[in-house]
Design a protein around this ligand. Structure first.
Ligand code: ADP
Ligand code: MG
Length: 698
């Protein structure tokens, strides 16, 4: 890299030691180059001036030109604020500041002409603008064109940093001599082939675009670059790990599998289940270690698929294991699998943290001599004292709770690694799966068992609480069960627990003739299990809980899921919760209880839930709203990534192109040893050093 761009940010004009420290701490900006890559998170069109009289509906950021009429300090302590009235001759609008009240009041004057830039919000029937950008109007220079908006932290705001501050620093940087020599990172052939904008020009354009078309070309170039190096890194990693992964050969399907399929299984498998089992048979018969991710929406029937795959291992004389993230889930798997295994004479055991010592010793012994064929458990499975006779297949359920390192421990128990099947109900869009799980092959169960009725999802407000309870009551009288879920987040734990408790009391009072179970994450595991068991066995009819029930719990008789404060949940989480109902043949319902005033994004999120039951649609929407880095299931996949410009939800086409180009380069130069290859290799090291270490663990 150009060494001048590596200069400490404190030497940039307008920065200095104090600001440098803030930029470092708050935004991770250490050098000129970091600032150069700190892009605006959105752009605003400042070529149009709005009139106050025209403000209506939901509006984006707008620009107003006018004067302040009054300033009124209000409130005390934490509620202190400054309210002002601003007029442009067509009307007046209220402007409010909550921070730096004194400084702002001192810096602004009535009567002076200002340009205000902000987002009008409707509150109690009139519009106001909170914390707008305010500039004295300079008659000679109109604000025009696109302007970048940089995101800042609260701390920066409190130190008087604004988006404008960053704009000024960037302007100083763009004038710096270092900018005349920004080295290109992509090979010239690729630039030409894909007609990409050179790096230096793209960087400048990102900060100061002349128009939207040019901005888009700059974004395209930077997205492409980001994805190209990501793909190059992943493909090289796959190639390397593919070379050494020798696996057991499971050549036959024998008595256990056939006995189960023809005599025990009570329903026909869905087409998707059959296809996935075939894919895995092929994997396990081929001499290479299977590393497969099985995705299937909640209720799609992954457990049976996993069980039948385990039977193939048994048919070939091997043992199999299932690891689940919680004790409740492990127990549930144990019960399901035991009921299917018993008729076959297959020996199954459950091993968790609360397994008694005598039982534990017995399990250890039988596992080592091979008598025990299937072991089901929690993290307890990966303790060193657990030694298998010959583990042939490891199934990991709901993998986002397990890190790569844990996965690795399970398969380091043998000299030859067992085949690995990772199951998840978090639907991961294809583009993302391809990129994130580069080291796993992906199978999808995209079909629900027949007879399932899609869950009907509706939104309700507080005023509908009574009719909502009436509805729940009707379902209970039909013999069904209901979940009532409350949010609980750590930052807000005390308040949340109180809301949960009050909710529980209210439910008990409303339904005096039904038994109500009560679970939250802060309970002792034994108490939690007891309460869950009450509900699972049908002794309790209502379960009031936090999201501890999110993953995997299976109570087919439950037909109602009420989600309190639904606006506080993310889309994927809502979908997971909804998946707890609709597991039996009855029509099921999901009721989203929300407050009345919702932001547009939140309302949209809840509407998505009411419109679709398709986990993939939900996941795509979730990714669009939150960005893929936040997706559940991507954090611990081993190939972490932090995309700055590219968006996997929207840039599938670029991912594809970048991947093809990376493949082509690796075909011609597998070791990246040509002069050009070595440059790419150096770039990968620079970008992925930390992650490289991660991926080597598995
Ligand atoms: P998942 O783990 O994918 O959420 P499960 O494996 O727990 O789903 O299956 C949910 C329910 O559907 C279970 O009660 C299971 O017995 C049933 N099931 C699975 N496959 C089928 C099928 N092909 N036909 C009918 N019911 C099925
Ligand atoms: Mg399951």
């Amino acid at each position: 890299m150009n060494s001048v761009l590596n200069t400490d940010i404190k030497y940039l004009r307008g920065v200095g030691p104090k600001r440098a420290e803030l930029l470092r701490q708050e935004l991770g900006i250490n050098t000129f180059d970091d600032l150069l890559h700190y892009f605006p998170f959105r752009y605003v069109d400042r070529s149009t001036m709005h009139h106050i009289a025209d403000i209506s509906g939901e509006m984006p950021y707008i620009q107003l030109c006018g004067r302040f009429v009054t300033f009124t300090p209000a409130g005390e302590g934490a509620k202190r604020r400054l309210q002002a009235l601003f007029t442009d001759g067509t009307g007046t609008i209220e402007v409010v500041w909550f921070n730096r009240v004194k400084a702002i009041q001192e810096s602004l004057k009535c009567g002076v002409e200002y340009i205000l830039f902000g987002k009008p919000t409707l509150f109690k029937n009139h519009y106001s603008i909170i914390h707008p950008e305010v500039d004295v109007r300079q008659p000679e220079q109109e604000h025009t064109g696109l302007q970048g908006v940089y995101s800042l932290t609260d701390k920066l705001h409190s130190r008087s940093f604004t988006s404008r501050t960053i704009q000024k620093l960037v302007a100083a940087l763009l004038e710096h001599p270092a900018m005349t020599n920004v080295p290109e990172t992509l090979p010239p052939l690729l630039l030409a082939k894909r007609r990409l904008m050179p790096l230096a020009q793209s960087l400048v354009t990102m900060h100061t675009p002349s128009d939207i078309a040019t901005l888009q070309r700059a974004q395209l170039r930077l997205k492409y670059e980001e994805l190209f190096f990501l793909e190059l890194n992943i493909l090289r990693y796959i190639k390397r790990s593919g070379e050494k992964a020798v696996g057991f050969v499971f050549s036959r399907v024998g008595a256990y599998f056939n006995d189960f399929y023809f005599h025990v299984l009570r329903f026909p498998l869905t087409g998707a289940q059959k296809r996935v089992i075939k894919e895995m048979r092929r994997d396990m018969g081929g001499g290479r270690q299977m590393n497969r991710l099985l995705q299937g929406d909640v209720g799609s029937g992954k457990t049976i698929v996993a069980f039948m795959t385990m039977l193939i291992a048994l048919d070939n004389g091997f043992q199999a294991a299932i690891m689940a993230p919680t004790e409740i889930l492990a127990t549930q798997h144990y019960e399901t699998i035991k009921s299917m295994a018993d008729p076959l004479g297959v020996k199954v055991a459950l091993l968790t943290g609360s397994t008694r010592k005598r039982m534990r010793d017995q399990i250890h012994a039988q596992l080592e001599n091979g008598e025990l064929q299937i072991l089901i458990g929690t993290h307890a499975l990966i303790e060193d004292s657990v030694q298998f006779h010959n583990l042939g297949l490891a199934v990991i359920d709901e993998q986002h709770r397990f890190g790569v390192a844990q996965r690795a421990r399970l398969w380091r128990k043998n000299s030859t690694p067992p085949h690995v099947l990772v199951m998840t109900a978090t639907p991961i869009p294809r583009t993302l799966a391809m990129t994130v799980y580069g080291d796993l092959d992906v199978s999808v169960i995209d079909e629900l068992p027949p007879g399932r009725k899609p869950v009907t999802t509706i939104m309700r407000y507080e005023k509908d609480r009574f009719p909502m309870y009436q509805f729940v009551g009707q379902q209970l009288r039909l013999g069904r069960q209901a979940y009532i879920v409350y949010p609980l987040i750590e930052e807000n734990e005390k308040l949340d627990l109180r809301a949960l408790e009050q909710g529980y009391e209210q439910v008990c009072e409303t339904f005096p003739h039904y038994r109500v179970a009560y679970v939250h994450g802060r309970m002792k595991p034994a108490e939690k299990d007891f309460q869950m068991q009450l509900f699972a066995s049908g002794q309790a009819h209502i379960l009031v809980a936090t999201t501890v029930i999110e993953v995997g719990v299976n109570v087919p008789n439950a037909s109602v899921m009420v989600i309190e404060n639904a606006e506080r949940f993310g889309l994927s989480q809502l979908h997971q919760l909804r998946g707890r109902v609709g597991r039996g043949a009855d029509q099921s319902y999901c009721i989203l209880m929300t407050k009345y005033e919702l932001s547009r994004d939140t309302r949209h999120r809840l509407e998505v839930m009411t419109q679709t039951n398709d986990g993939f649609v939900v996941a795509e929407e979730d990714m669009k709203q939150r960005g893929p880095g936040d997706m559940e299931g991507t954090q611990q996949s081993g190939i972490a990534f932090n995309l700055k410009v590219a968006n996997l939800a929207q840039d599938g086409q670029i991912v594809q192109t970048a991947r093809e180009d990376a493949e082509e380069i690796l075909r011609a130069d597998p070791e990246l040893s040509s002069p050009e290859g070595r440059q790419l290799d150096a770039r990968i090291r620079l970008l992925y050093d930390k992650q490289q270490n991660w991926s080597q663990i598995s």
